[in-house]
Design a protein around this ligand. Structure first.
Ligand SMILES: [Mn+2]
Length: 232
Protein backbone atom coordinates (compact mmCIF):
# COMPACT_ATOMS: atom_id res chain seq x y z
CA UNK A 1 0.00 0.00 0.00
CA UNK A 2 1.07 3.55 -0.67
CA UNK A 3 -0.24 6.27 1.62
CA UNK A 4 0.08 10.05 1.43
CA UNK A 5 -0.23 12.39 4.44
CA UNK A 6 0.31 16.15 4.35
CA UNK A 7 0.48 19.34 6.39
CA UNK A 8 0.93 17.72 9.81
CA UNK A 9 2.16 21.11 11.08
CA UNK A 10 3.62 19.99 14.37
CA UNK A 11 0.61 18.01 15.58
CA UNK A 12 2.31 14.90 16.98
CA UNK A 13 -0.88 13.56 18.51
CA UNK A 14 -2.53 13.33 15.08
CA UNK A 15 0.68 12.09 13.42
CA UNK A 16 0.98 9.28 16.00
CA UNK A 17 -2.72 8.45 15.73
CA UNK A 18 -2.55 8.30 11.92
CA UNK A 19 0.49 6.01 11.89
CA UNK A 20 -1.24 3.76 14.37
CA UNK A 21 -4.37 3.73 12.22
CA UNK A 22 -2.46 2.95 9.01
CA UNK A 23 -0.01 0.57 10.74
CA UNK A 24 2.14 0.46 7.59
CA UNK A 25 3.90 -2.83 6.94
CA UNK A 26 7.55 -2.90 5.89
CA UNK A 27 6.40 -3.30 2.29
CA UNK A 28 4.10 -0.24 2.48
CA UNK A 29 5.20 3.33 1.84
CA UNK A 30 4.02 6.50 3.58
CA UNK A 31 4.76 9.75 1.74
CA UNK A 32 4.63 12.84 3.92
CA UNK A 33 3.76 15.66 1.55
CA UNK A 34 5.48 18.57 3.28
CA UNK A 35 4.77 21.09 6.04
CA UNK A 36 5.64 18.72 8.87
CA UNK A 37 6.86 21.63 10.98
CA UNK A 38 5.65 25.03 12.31
CA UNK A 39 2.25 26.24 13.59
CA UNK A 40 1.89 23.32 16.08
CA UNK A 41 4.46 22.59 18.79
CA UNK A 42 6.05 19.28 17.83
CA UNK A 43 7.52 19.68 14.34
CA UNK A 44 11.06 18.79 15.38
CA UNK A 45 9.85 15.78 17.41
CA UNK A 46 7.89 14.52 14.39
CA UNK A 47 10.95 14.88 12.14
CA UNK A 48 12.98 12.94 14.71
CA UNK A 49 10.42 10.16 14.54
CA UNK A 50 10.13 10.16 10.74
CA UNK A 51 13.88 9.88 10.21
CA UNK A 52 13.99 6.46 11.87
CA UNK A 53 11.13 4.99 9.86
CA UNK A 54 12.40 3.18 6.77
CA UNK A 55 9.05 3.33 4.96
CA UNK A 56 8.33 7.04 5.51
CA UNK A 57 9.36 9.24 2.57
CA UNK A 58 9.43 13.03 3.05
CA UNK A 59 8.49 15.50 0.32
CA UNK A 60 9.39 19.19 0.70
CA UNK A 61 6.90 21.84 1.83
CA UNK A 62 7.60 25.57 1.98
CA UNK A 63 8.07 25.38 5.76
CA UNK A 64 10.90 22.82 5.34
CA UNK A 65 12.26 24.84 2.42
CA UNK A 66 12.63 27.79 4.81
CA UNK A 67 13.93 25.68 7.71
CA UNK A 68 16.66 23.94 5.74
CA UNK A 69 17.80 27.28 4.37
CA UNK A 70 17.74 29.31 7.58
CA UNK A 71 18.24 26.96 10.55
CA UNK A 72 21.99 26.66 9.81
CA UNK A 73 22.31 30.48 9.75
CA UNK A 74 20.22 30.87 12.91
CA UNK A 75 22.36 28.25 14.70
CA UNK A 76 25.58 29.94 13.57
CA UNK A 77 24.45 33.40 14.69
CA UNK A 78 22.81 32.12 17.89
CA UNK A 79 19.29 33.46 17.36
CA UNK A 80 16.73 34.26 14.67
CA UNK A 81 17.08 37.99 15.42
CA UNK A 82 20.85 37.90 14.95
CA UNK A 83 20.51 35.88 11.75
CA UNK A 84 18.00 38.41 10.44
CA UNK A 85 20.37 41.28 11.25
CA UNK A 86 23.21 39.52 9.43
CA UNK A 87 21.30 38.77 6.22
CA UNK A 88 20.59 41.15 3.36
CA UNK A 89 18.28 41.52 0.39
CA UNK A 90 16.06 38.68 -0.69
CA UNK A 91 17.39 36.26 1.96
CA UNK A 92 16.61 38.74 4.74
CA UNK A 93 13.10 39.18 3.36
CA UNK A 94 12.61 35.43 3.14
CA UNK A 95 13.76 34.81 6.72
CA UNK A 96 11.54 37.69 7.92
CA UNK A 97 8.67 35.93 6.12
CA UNK A 98 9.45 32.56 7.78
CA UNK A 99 9.44 34.27 11.19
CA UNK A 100 5.81 35.26 10.53
CA UNK A 101 4.91 31.66 9.65
CA UNK A 102 4.61 30.37 13.27
CA UNK A 103 8.14 28.99 13.20
CA UNK A 104 9.27 30.11 16.73
CA UNK A 105 8.79 26.71 18.38
CA UNK A 106 10.58 24.89 15.53
CA UNK A 107 13.52 27.30 15.88
CA UNK A 108 13.61 27.08 19.70
CA UNK A 109 13.47 23.27 19.65
CA UNK A 110 16.19 23.10 17.00
CA UNK A 111 18.45 25.41 19.02
CA UNK A 112 17.90 23.29 22.15
CA UNK A 113 19.38 20.22 20.40
CA UNK A 114 23.03 19.30 20.81
CA UNK A 115 25.37 19.38 17.81
CA UNK A 116 24.59 15.79 16.85
CA UNK A 117 20.84 16.35 17.09
CA UNK A 118 21.01 19.46 14.92
CA UNK A 119 23.07 17.67 12.31
CA UNK A 120 20.59 14.78 12.19
CA UNK A 121 17.72 17.21 11.51
CA UNK A 122 19.65 19.13 8.83
CA UNK A 123 20.75 15.86 7.19
CA UNK A 124 17.14 14.73 7.17
CA UNK A 125 16.03 17.90 5.35
CA UNK A 126 18.32 16.86 2.50
CA UNK A 127 16.23 13.68 2.13
CA UNK A 128 13.09 15.73 1.38
CA UNK A 129 12.42 15.40 -2.35
CA UNK A 130 10.80 18.28 -4.31
CA UNK A 131 8.25 15.90 -5.89
CA UNK A 132 7.52 12.18 -6.38
CA UNK A 133 6.05 10.32 -9.33
CA UNK A 134 4.40 6.95 -8.60
CA UNK A 135 2.58 4.25 -10.56
CA UNK A 136 -0.29 2.68 -8.63
CA UNK A 137 -2.97 0.44 -10.07
CA UNK A 138 -2.29 1.55 -13.64
CA UNK A 139 -2.50 5.24 -12.75
CA UNK A 140 0.32 7.75 -12.47
CA UNK A 141 0.36 10.07 -9.47
CA UNK A 142 2.59 13.13 -9.14
CA UNK A 143 3.04 14.26 -5.54
CA UNK A 144 3.98 17.91 -5.03
CA UNK A 145 3.39 19.93 -1.87
CA UNK A 146 1.56 22.95 -3.32
CA UNK A 147 1.33 22.09 -7.02
CA UNK A 148 3.47 23.01 -10.02
CA UNK A 149 4.15 26.64 -10.95
CA UNK A 150 5.21 27.48 -14.52
CA UNK A 151 3.48 24.26 -15.58
CA UNK A 152 4.08 23.03 -19.10
CA UNK A 153 2.98 19.48 -19.85
CA UNK A 154 5.90 18.95 -22.22
CA UNK A 155 8.45 19.81 -19.55
CA UNK A 156 10.19 17.11 -17.50
CA UNK A 157 9.46 17.21 -13.77
CA UNK A 158 13.20 17.34 -13.14
CA UNK A 159 13.36 20.72 -14.87
CA UNK A 160 11.19 22.54 -12.32
CA UNK A 161 12.71 24.30 -9.32
CA UNK A 162 11.94 23.48 -5.67
CA UNK A 163 10.20 26.88 -5.54
CA UNK A 164 7.87 25.81 -8.36
CA UNK A 165 6.60 22.94 -6.19
CA UNK A 166 6.52 24.49 -2.72
CA UNK A 167 5.11 27.93 -3.55
CA UNK A 168 2.71 26.91 -6.33
CA UNK A 169 -0.83 28.18 -6.64
CA UNK A 170 -3.12 25.44 -7.92
CA UNK A 171 -6.40 25.82 -9.76
CA UNK A 172 -8.37 22.83 -8.50
CA UNK A 173 -11.20 23.36 -11.00
CA UNK A 174 -8.92 22.62 -13.93
CA UNK A 175 -6.95 19.38 -14.46
CA UNK A 176 -3.19 19.83 -14.44
CA UNK A 177 -1.84 16.83 -16.40
CA UNK A 178 -3.91 15.26 -19.18
CA UNK A 179 -3.05 11.73 -18.02
CA UNK A 180 -1.70 11.92 -14.45
CA UNK A 181 -3.19 12.66 -11.06
CA UNK A 182 -1.69 15.56 -9.12
CA UNK A 183 -1.64 14.95 -5.35
CA UNK A 184 -1.15 18.09 -3.28
CA UNK A 185 -1.37 19.31 0.32
CA UNK A 186 -0.83 22.99 1.29
CA UNK A 187 -4.25 24.36 0.29
CA UNK A 188 -6.84 23.43 2.92
CA UNK A 189 -9.72 21.85 1.02
CA UNK A 190 -12.13 24.38 2.56
CA UNK A 191 -10.34 26.99 0.42
CA UNK A 192 -11.24 24.98 -2.72
CA UNK A 193 -14.90 25.10 -1.75
CA UNK A 194 -16.87 25.26 1.51
CA UNK A 195 -18.49 21.94 0.63
CA UNK A 196 -15.07 20.25 0.82
CA UNK A 197 -14.26 21.52 4.35
CA UNK A 198 -12.44 18.83 6.34
CA UNK A 199 -12.63 16.32 3.47
CA UNK A 200 -10.17 15.14 0.84
CA UNK A 201 -10.95 16.73 -2.55
CA UNK A 202 -10.71 14.29 -5.45
CA UNK A 203 -11.89 15.77 -8.74
CA UNK A 204 -10.48 16.82 -12.12
CA UNK A 205 -7.42 14.57 -11.66
CA UNK A 206 -6.56 16.46 -8.49
CA UNK A 207 -6.27 14.86 -5.06
CA UNK A 208 -6.02 17.59 -2.40
CA UNK A 209 -5.35 16.18 1.05
CA UNK A 210 -4.92 19.12 3.47
CA UNK A 211 -8.00 18.98 5.67
CA UNK A 212 -6.73 21.74 7.97
CA UNK A 213 -4.77 19.79 10.60
CA UNK A 214 -2.68 22.93 11.21
CA UNK A 215 -5.82 24.89 12.02
CA UNK A 216 -7.60 22.51 14.38
CA UNK A 217 -8.99 20.35 11.57
CA UNK A 218 -8.45 16.71 10.72
CA UNK A 219 -5.33 15.01 9.44
CA UNK A 220 -6.08 12.98 6.32
CA UNK A 221 -4.22 10.09 4.72
CA UNK A 222 -4.98 8.81 1.24
CA UNK A 223 -4.23 5.27 0.13
CA UNK A 224 -3.59 5.59 -3.62
CA UNK A 225 -4.62 2.08 -4.69
CA UNK A 226 -7.29 1.18 -3.92
CA UNK A 227 -8.24 4.83 -3.39
CA UNK A 228 -9.23 5.13 0.23
CA UNK A 229 -9.22 7.99 2.73
CA UNK A 230 -8.44 7.86 6.45
CA UNK A 231 -8.97 10.67 8.97
CA UNK A 232 -7.67 11.34 12.48
MN1 LIG B 1 2.40 24.64 2.58
Amino acid sequence: MTYVIGDIHGNKEKYDAMLEKLSPKDTDAVFVLGDVIDIGDDGIAILQDMMYRANVYPVLGEHEYMAKKFLPVIAEKGSAEKALAALEGEEKEQLAKWLTMKSEKTIADFLSLDEEGREAVLDYFSEFTPYEELEEGGKTFVLAHAGINNFDEGKSLEDYSEEDFVFAKTDYNTPCFSDKYLVTAHTPTVAIGKEFAGKVYSKKRHVAIDCGCGYGGRLAAVCLNPLKVFYC
